[in-house]
Design a protein around this ligand. Structure first.
Ligand code: NAD
Length: 450
């Protein structure tokens, strides 16, 4: 469903009216287009502590316009506020800010560039995980980065985004993958996120087709977010296997024919679903995306056992049972990737969705609990928690609630299935074994939830 308010707010009359009335003015977000090669098309400013050097080492693969505040001769050109080009991307290493009085460097670095950001600029702050620091003052200073970055993300205009990445000791070599994602339009609808990067030994060899040679199963792939995920994984080189219920067979097969993959019609709650999957995937699997999901909304006072059971069965029980079967049977290879489609309802809770929110929170818990056990096999498991995404599911929401859902985020609009698909495709890459047990929100920094 299209968002007519964005069209209006970006028209010449609408722009003036929206400004005069103080209404939300969502920007049309820039998204990744097929055939694009560089993550950053424009100026990238790099600064801060020692991790900036790691970033500078591969920055010429991100863009050919690299800047720093420094006037020392280096691979970067000096960027002078008000004179340099508008910035499309910014990386600041704050990992060496270990005392309260050093935090002023955040203001000193970011203030001059706030009025010099390009349309849809992407900013990343790097730090060290406070939980790994023994000195309480140092841990406190690094934790302060969370409050700073989440607040600054809310102050960005024109579709800008900002994330904080805590880089583990030994994980510096893994920075290129996340920066390719978070500095590019692939992360257009992700903002205000805090992620933890750990070491990982499997690198991406070809950034144009990072999933080449990998087999990926997507459940609920006939439409909506699942179809976008299948398409994006195929774009990135994966051999895709699309699964959906028998009534969705026609749509599923049409998409499969277009993507050149394979399809499986199966109800993931069927008693023999695990056995059928193992049989049909006898040549193994590298990536499994548990996207199939349903809603059966009612306040708890009116919740029927059928509504409760159906949601828990599809959204939580099936991903648990099927993932365990794929692991135990050896169908899911070592260094595999498991991605669970959760929801911000599972983080913030939502009226009328006790069943749905319980199932989605359960998926986040599953990723957290299983990650340390699966890491022995190099397998990562993460949840992706979409906010308001424009699909058939959200088109059914009554108008008032739908408008509120769209506007209650820093980006002031709903996301597209492509936004969720890009996050899933990034988490499916070999190098993202460095992220595991985490929940990545794709919600435009929705005001709902922490
Ligand atoms: N749309 C949003 O705003 C939003 C927000 C947060 C989370 N999500 C989650 O993202 C996922 C996809 O959402 P969507 O909006 O594309 O939904 P959708 O209803 O458009 O598509 C869901 C797909 O899952 C399939 N499916 C349902 N039950 C199944 C079963 N038992 N076995 C196999 N396939 C089954 C459906 O046939 C359908 O093709 C869901 O898990 C949903 O909870 C969506």
């Amino acid at each position: 469903m299209s968002d007519r308010y964005i069209d209006f707010a970006n028209s010449s009359i609408g722009h003036r009216l929206v400004g005069a009335l103080g209404l939300p003015a969502p920007t049309r977000l820039e998204r990744w287009q097929a055939g694009r090669l560089r993550p950053v098309e424009g100026a990238l400013l790099i600064g801060g502590g020692p991790l900036a050097e790691h970033v500078s080492a591969f920055a010429n693969r991100l863009t050919d316009a690299i800047y720093s505040y420094s006037t020392e001769p280096s691979i970067a050109t000096a960027w002078i506020p008000g004179h340099g080009p508008k910035l499309k991307a910014v990386v600041f290493d704050a990992s060496d800010l270990l005392h309260a009085d050093q935090l002023k460097q955040l203001r000193e670095f970011f203030q001059p560039l706030m009025k010099n950001l390009d349309h849809c600029a992407h900013l990343v702050i790097l730090g060290r995980d406070p939980q790994t620091l023994r000195d309480p003052f140092a841990a406190s200073a690094q934790r302060a980065l969370e409050g700073f970055s989440r607040s600054l993300a809310k102050e960005l205009r024109n579709g800008g985004t900002l994330q904080l990445i805590y880089v583990g000791e030994g994980a510096e070599a893994q920075l290129e993958g996340p920066l390719r994602f978070f500095l590019s339009p692939k992360s257009a609808f992700v903002s205000g996120q805090v992620l933890r990067l750990t070491p990982c030994s499997t690198p991406v060899t070809d950034w144009t087709r990072p999933l080449a040679g990998r087999k990926a199963l997507v459940t609920g792939a006939a439409r909506g977010i699942g179809a976008a995920i299948a398409e994006t994984l195929a774009r990135d080189g994966a051999d895709v296997i699309l699964l959906d219920v028998p009534p969705a067979k026609t749509d599923l097969e049409a998409l499969t024919a277009r993507l050149g993959g394979r399809s499986i019609t199966l109800d993931i709650c069927a008693e023999d679903a695990a056995a059928q999957l193992i049989e049909q995937l006898s040549d193994g699997l590298d990536i499994v995306v548990h996207n199939a999901g349903i809603t059966r909304d009612k306040t708890l006072a009116n919740m029927t056992p059928e509504f409760w059971d159906a949601v828990l069965a599809v959204n939580l029980n099936a991903p648990q049972v099927l993932t365990k079967a794929l692991l135990d049977s050896g169908t899911l290879h070592d260094n595999g990737r498991v991605i669970l489609l959760a929801s911000i309802s599972g983080i913030a809770g939502n009226r009328g969705q006790t069943n749905y929110a319980a199932s989605k929170a359960g998926l986040i818990g599953l990723a957290q609990a299983w990650a340390p056990l699966l890491s022995e096999r190099g397998i990562s498991i993460n949840a992706v928690a979409p906010g308001f995404i424009e699909t058939q599911m959200t088109a059914r929401i009554p108008f008032g609630l739908r408008e509120a859902g769209r506007r209650m985020s820093s980006l002031g609009q709903g996301g597209l299935p492509q936004d969720v698909a890009e996050a899933v495709a990034w988490l499916a890459q070999p190098g993202t074994g460095a992220f595991t047990g985490q929940a990545l929100r794709v919600c435009g920094q929705s005001v709902l939830g922490a």
